[in-house]
Write a protein that binds this ligand. Structure first.
Ligand code: ATP
Length: 283
């Protein structure tokens, strides 16, 4: 078969603590990640003369800087092959929104290529290729909610997330992750209070307690609208609301899907932000 269609989900960070900065400038974080049910579709056509990328979103690069292109290139390099592949990305996940769309697309390409070539790499080896593309790529290959440490490739499965509905609210502007880290003051981070011995507690009330993101204050300082979105979600019945990653997307957690659907309708009715219904993707 020379064509493969792969769903490529978004992620949210339920907890994100910046631990420090390495001499090479990389920030070390500890984060609790879950995939959520909002998907791009990645279509791979094999046996092509070169690597190409086509994306439905006008602002996503279609050249070798696309993370999906980079993933394919590194895969072929690791396999010592000069093959090609055509990658089409039907983009649904908002771009530069803290939802990991690019990393997810890269992981989808690695999984698809590995399958097509008869599983030459183990999951661990694929993750080692993935981390060269982006910090969140190993997580998307991992296939499980996880606590990620270091630069993102040190992953530990997290079993205790309850099945929750997620309302993703995305303002119509993009935020550069690099800009957020550049403007982070490590002395002002405050997620410690929720963090016990590098372990997260079980159950929904604890998930609610641990929601914290050190990057939130940086992005909110420039875009106070994020605070408005959090308040709106809480007013609409969310148990809890938090910015994901470096933002600007905010997610609200709902126990009740009907309540989540009503919240989406109310937010869409305002016409100010994009809103999506998703769910935590639990294995
Ligand atoms: P991160 O926090 O990992 O930087 P994000 O989730 O905030 O990412 P993405 O949608 O992954 O945001 O996009 C980040 C940047 O990567 C954008 O500026 C975009 O132009 C670029 N990019 C490269 N490849 C892709 C891709 N396949 N999909 C989306 N963006 C991509």
């Amino acid at each position: 078969m020379n064509r493969l269609v792969i769903p490529s989900p978004a992620k949210i960070n339920l907890f994100l603590k910046v631990v420090g900065k390495r001499p090479n400038g990389y920030h070390e974080i500890i984060t609790l990640l879950s995939r959520v049910g909002l998907f791009d579709t990645v279509v791979l056509t094999f046996d092509q003369p070169s690597i190409s990328v086509d994306c439905s979103h006008p602002r996503v690069p279609q050249d070798s800087t696309n993370l999906a292109h980079r993933a394919a290139s590194l895969f072929f390099e690791a396999l010592s092959k000069h093959d090609g592949i055509a990658i089409f990305i039907d983009k649904v996940i908002p771009v530069a929104a803290g939802l990991g769309g690019g990393s997810s697309n890269a992981a989808a390409v690695l999984m698809g290529l590995n399958q097509h070539y008869g599983l030459p790499f183990t999951k661990r080896e694929l993750m080692d290729i993935g981390v060269k593309v982006g910090a969140d790529v190993p997580f998307f290959l991992f296939g499980h909610a996880a606590v990620a440490r270091g630069i993102g490739d040190d992953l530990e499965a997290y079993e205790d997330l309850p099945p929750l509905s997620v309302v993703l609210v995305c303002p119509k502007f993009e935020v550069s992750t690099a800009w957020v880290y550049k403007n982070l003051n490590l002395r002002l981070t405050n997620c410690e209070k929720n963090f016990r011995n590098h372990k997260f507690e079980e159950g929904f009330s604890k998930v609610k307690d641990l929601l914290c993101n050190d990057l939130e204050q940086v992005t909110i300082r420039k875009f106070p609208e994020i605070k408005t979105i959090k308040k709106a979600l809480l007013n609409l019945g969310a148990e809890s609301a938090l910015m994901s990653g470096s933002g600007p997307s905010v997610f609200g957690l709902f126990r009740d899907t009907q309540q989540a659907k009503k919240a989406i309708q109310a937010i869409r009715h305002q016409g100010r932000w994009n809103a999506f219904l998703a769910a935590l993707l639990l294995p």
